[in-house]
Structures are given as structure tokens and as C-alpha cells.
Ligand binder design. Structure first.
Ligand SMILES: [Zn+2]
Ligand SMILES: [Zn+2]
Length: 596
């Protein structure tokens, strides 16, 4: 009785606030910058269009606009007056604004692609549009290909060559590569660079190091006394399709399929500064520089300059940069430009969970369901990772899935697990990834569930249910005493599905209240729960499971990606169920089952 009353209250609050939100803060900021750019092309005054640029920065750093507008507080943001405020409200609700539509009457939106090519400014783009009708990237490519622009004053062949490279780079930026794929490529690149001339240190930087779920380009930084030789070796990587830029200390190459790799080489005494600078994020570095300037320090990849004394502090280690600024080291995954600098100044950055904290993995499939490897192979591979325990969690039967297991198969599988025993020196738990049916009930009845050590409840079907129905479905699953973990909670996949909508707050509250863990699924196509939602879930006191959802032995390493997302969410080992000892895991399961 009491449980469903709580769910109903959550629905009530939701019903009043619910209207569709078309654009997020970042998307609104992008549109404001579009307006700014097109106003400049239209010849508006500097002060007029710069107001939009300032408003964009303000929006990026603001709390969710949706909430601000509901409270009428968006007009209190710095740099946002009545007319820009109205545009913001329109953008959030409808995805566009009157100002933007008026500008689109004069300039097609595709003109912004041309401006995305490095070396092409607003004046040049306006000229290309007015005189040659170039209104998109493909128009520009066609004009260059046809030689239309040869002989145009101030457009030498060198400029055109730069534009060609700029077009490639622009296309690369438009396409973001999922983290697991980017990491695999980056590791190949690192292996190649390491074969070359004498390196001192080499590391990933950028979004890859921050464990962003998708990566725009790959940043590598290294130190060497032979920068020119390192660069010469790098640009001749046989996998590269084109060299976008090549200088004495940096170069960019382009891989087939559209991924750019940048390499920067500096002397070793600057390694800490270099790594910090190129790890970003841009937002983090802006905030860090603003903080430093107020202390008369200027931070760059070449060191920290004391503006009063002229002294330069160089850092061989990255922690030295933060130390010199009087703050705690900030792990790369937290450098998002949110509140991490304030936390670091207060010494309040918590220790984050690391891969070595994991004692087990609850989610993996074998040939008993849709996995590629045998039960024994998966057990041996999990043991080889050094785990104390793991769970075999093949799919449940009910939705007629070809690979699902019925209760008798589940019992036979348990027999096989018991027979293998402790041969591989790891405790194998009997589990199942049980479908959460459309009404929130489970695909096995309680007697079957009670035989399992761990139960993962996942939504695989009826994913187009309304937000309200899906919320109730997930809350009901949390309230089932046998569900230990909610698997891949949002259902999003990089290879297609955007996932289903539900009221995150209501479900996280239910998970915390019922002692149900929420999964961060590390499978390459999933990375689900996404880090921002995991950050939110933590505020409700949720416990997390960091799983591989491996379907073959090689994929057990995907827990690395689950850990990366957990770190981005600021989670520590104490938040993670599979960082606990097996007896503690069993107690977690038992506590929920025993709660009346
Ligand atoms: Zn699943
Ligand atoms: Zn699975």
C-alpha cells in the first residue's frame, strides 16, 4: 500500500511539470551562437551580435533552462535581457526562435557548415555566398573541385589547399566515434608511435582520457628530445589516409572513416602542463584559467606564468599543475566545467572507483543463451581477470526469445556450474537477466527467482510505452524483492535505439528505497546508465553495479567503460556493489528479500 502511494505522488508532481522540452542548455547555446554568427554576416553591429555570444556562455553554465523558465528565473541569468530571454524560451519549447527564422530567410542554415571550415571567416563566407552562391559544404567542395575559385583575388592556391584540409577536419568533427572504438584505434596509434624514435612519455588526452561516451578526435601527447623525428614517424603511419597538418611539434592525421588523431610533442619537463592542457575539457580549462588569473597566474601548456614576478612554473607531473594552483588533483573524468574546481579548492574531490576495485562482474552471457562462448570458457576468463566472484546471467525464456532459458534449463545450468566447482578459483553465482514484462512483473515466477543468487531485471520489449507507464513498470520491478539489479536502465544504444523515457527521479528513489542496485552496463553499444544520470542517481543514495554484459570472453574487459562512466559520475568504491566482498553482496541480496 505505502509503496504505491509514494509512486503516485511522484506521478502527480510529474503531471504538473510535464511539457515537452525540445532543446537542452547546450543545444540552446549552439542556436544562440548560430544567431550570433548569422547576425554578423548580416552586418549587424558588434555589440548586438556579441550579446548573443555572451548569452550562449551564460546558458551553458546555467542550471537546466527548463526549470529556470518554469520559475521565471531565466531572465536573471547574466547577459540575458527581455528579447534574448524570449528567444531562449522559444528555443527550449519549440526548438527555434523568431530571430533565427528571420536570419534563415536571408542565409540558408547550411552556410554554417562553410563557417565551420578553419580559415573561412564570416567575411569570406559572406563573399562566397553572395558572389558564387556557395551555401553549403558540398557547394564549396564542388566549387573547389571545378576550379571555380581559381584566380579570385586574395584566394591563392595555398589558401584553397588549406580549405581542403579544413573541409576534411570539419567532416571529422561532425562525426563522433563511440568511446570503445576510439580507444581501440588510439591504442593502435600509441603502439605505432612507440615503435618510432626515442620517446620519453606518451599518453591519451582529450575526450578519450575524460571517458566521454563519444569522441570527436583522438589527442595524443608525448615528450621527446627529438620532436621532429617523432612527428615524421607519426605522419607516415600506414593507416593514415591524409595528413591534415604537420609542424615542428604537432601534427594531425586523418583515418579512413573519418577520425582525426592529433599528436603534440614537448620537452619532458613540461609533461604535466601539456597533459593537463590537452585533456580539457574546454569548459574546465576556461574555469581553471579564470580562477588562476584572479591570482595573477596564467596557465598554458607551456607552464604557469606568474604575472607579477614573471616566474614560470613547469610541471613534470599533471598533479603539479593543480598543486601550483592551490587545489586538489582533479581526475580527468571530472573535468567537465561543473563544480569540480570549487570542490578541489575545498579538498572535497572524493576518491573515485577504479578498475582494480572491482571484485566481480554480475552480467555475462554464454552459449546457454545468446553468448558466443561456453559456460566454462566464461568462468575461466572471469577468473583470469582476477575476480573473486562473477555471475552467469543468461536470458530468461518468456518473450519467446530463441536464446532464452526456461526454468528447467536454468536448473541444468546450475548443475553444470556446481560440477565445475572451484576449478578456476572463482565463485560463480547463478543468475539470470530476467525480462521486465510490460506490466512490470518478471518473466520468472518467485519460486524460480528465489533459487537464483542474483537477479538482473532488464527491459527488452515494449520499449515505446509512455513515460508514465514505463516509470510505473520500472518502479514495480524495483519493488520485486528478488530483483537485485536493474540492467541497462535507459535502454539507449549507440547503434540505434535512443532508449525509453521514464521519470528518473521516481525510479532512482524507488531503487534506493527498495535496496535495488542500478547498473552501469559497459557494453560498447550501451554505456548505460549514462554518467549524468548516474550522478543524479547517487544523490538518491542508489547502489550501482558496474558490469560488462559480455557475450564473449573478450568483452569481459568492457567493465573498463562502466568504470569510466562511474568515474565521470563521481562514484566511489563505496557506491559499487561489485566492489564489495561476496559475503557483503549476499547480504545486500538477502536484505531486500527479507524486507517485508
Ligand atoms: Zn539486456
Ligand atoms: Zn545482457
Amino acid at each position: 500500500m505505502r509503496k504505491s502511494a509514494i509512486a503516485a505522488v511522484a506521478f502527480g508532481a510529474l503531471g504538473q511539470l510535464h511539457y515537452s522540452i525540445v532543446l537542452s542548455n547546450n543545444e540552446v547555446a549552439q542556436k544562440l551562437l548560430e544567431i550570433r554568427t548569422l547576425m554578423e554576416m548580416a552586418g549587424e553591429s558588434f555589440y548586438k551580435y556579441m550579446a548573443y555570444e555572451k548569452a550562449a556562455a551564460s546558458v551553458e553554465n546555467a542550471p537546466p533552462l527548463n526549470d529556470l523558465i518554469a520559475a521565471g528565473e531565466h531572465l536573471k541569468l547574466p547577459g540575458i535581457g527581455k528579447s534574448i530571454g524570449a528567444a531562449i524560451e522559444q528555443l527550449v519549447r519549440t526548438g527555434t526562435a523568431d530571430q533565427l527564422n528571420a536570419l534563415y530567410q536571408r542565409f540558408p542554415p547550411t552556410l554554417l557548415e562553410v563557417l565551420g571550415v578553419s580559415g573561412i571567416g564570416t567575411k569570406t563566407a559572406a563573399m562566397l555566398f553572395a558572389e558564387y552562391g556557395i551555401a553549403s559544404l558540398s557547394d564549396l567542395e564542388a566549387a573547389i573541385g571545378a576550379g571555380t575559385l581559381l584566380g579570385v583575388p586574395r584566394l591563392g592556391s595555398k589558401t584553397i589547399d588549406n580549405w581542403k584540409r579544413g573541409i576534411l577536419a570539419y567532416k571529422g568533427r561532425q562525426r563522433r566515434t563511440p568511446l570503445p572504438r576510439a580507444l581501440a584505434i588510439a591504442r593502435q596509434a600509441v603502439a605505432y608511435v612507440e615503435q618510432g624514435p626515442l620517446l620519453q612519455r606518451l599518453a591519451f588526452a582529450g575526450s578519450l582520457r575524460r571517458a566521454e561516451v563519444t569522441v570527436g578526435d583522438i589527442d595524443l601527447v608525448c615528450t621527446s628530445q627529438h620532436a621532429a623525428d617523432v612527428i615524421a614517424h607519426f605522419v607516415t603511419w600506414p593507416k593514415a589516409e591524409a595528413v591534415l597538418a604537420e609542424g615542428p611539434t604537432k601534427a594531425s592525421i586523418w583515418l579512413p572513416g573519418g577520425l582525426q588523431i592529433d599528436l603534440r610533442v614537448l620537452p619532458d619537463h613540461l609533461y604535466g602542463n601539456l597533459l593537463q592542457h590537452f585533456t580539457g575539457s574546454r569548459e574546465h580549462n576556461i574555469k581553471l584559467r579564470e580562477y588562476a588569473v584572479r591570482r595573477s597566474l596564467r596557465v598554458s601548456e607551456n607552464g604557469i606564468l606568474n604575472l607579477e614576478t614573471g616566474d614560470v612554473i613547469t610541471c613534470t607531473e599533471e598533479a603539479g599543475v593543480y598543486d601550483a594552483l592551490g587545489m586538489q588533483f582533479i581526475p580527468p573524468e571530472l573535468r567537465s566545467g561543473l563544480d569540480e574546481i570549487d570542490l578541489a579548492r575545498a579538498g572535497a574531490i572524493p576518491p573515485l572507483v577504479g578498475l582494480s576495485d572491482l571484485r566481480g562482474d554480475f552480467h555475462m552471457h554464454t552459449t546457454w543463451s545468446d553468448g558466443d562462448d561456453s559456460l566454462e570458457a566464461m568462468i575461466a576468463a572471469a577468473a583470469a581477470r582476477g575476480y573473486e566472484y562473477h555471475a552467469i546471467s543468461d536470458h530468461s525464456h518468456g518473450r519467446g526469445r530463441r536464446f532464452g532459458m526456461d526454468p528447467s534449463a536454468l536448473r541444468r545450468q546450475r548443475g553444470e556450474i556446481e560440477q565445475l566447482g572451484a576449478r578456476y578459483g572463482i565463485q560463480t553465482l547463478c543468475a539470470s537477466e530476467v525480462d521486465i514484462l510490460p506490466d512490470g512483473s518478471l518473466d520468472f515466477d518467485d519460486t524460480v527467482l528465489a533459487e537464483l543468487d542474483v537477479v538482473i531485471g532488464s527491459v527488452h520489449t515494449a520499449t515505446s510505452q509512455s513515460r508514465e507507464v514505463m516509470t510505473a513498470r520500472l518502479i514495480r520491478a524495483c519493488e520485486n524483492p528478488y530483483v537485485t539489479i536493474i540492467g541497462h536502465p535507459t535502454g539507449r544504444r549507440f547503434d540505434g535505439s535512443p532508449g525509453y523515457e521514464f521519470d528518473y527521479d521516481a525510479v532512482f528513489a524507488a531503487a534506493a528505497r527498495t535496496g535495488t542496485a542500478v547498473e552501469i552496463d559497459g557494453q560498447a553499444a550501451r554505456l548505460d546508465l549514462p554518467a549524468p544520470l548516474a550522478r543524479k542517481a547517487k544523490t538518491f543514495g542508489v547502489t550501482f553495479a558496474l558490469d560488462s554484459d559480455a557475450h564473449r570472453t573478450g568483452d569481459l574487459a568492457a567493465t573498463e567503460f562502466a568504470v569510466g562512466q562511474a568515474r565521470r559520475a563521481g562514484l566511489g568504491a563505496g557506491d559499487i556493489l561489485n566492489a564489495r566482498r561476496l559475503d557483503e553482496v549476499r547480504a545486500f541480496v538477502a536484505r531486500k528479500r527479507d524486507t517485508p
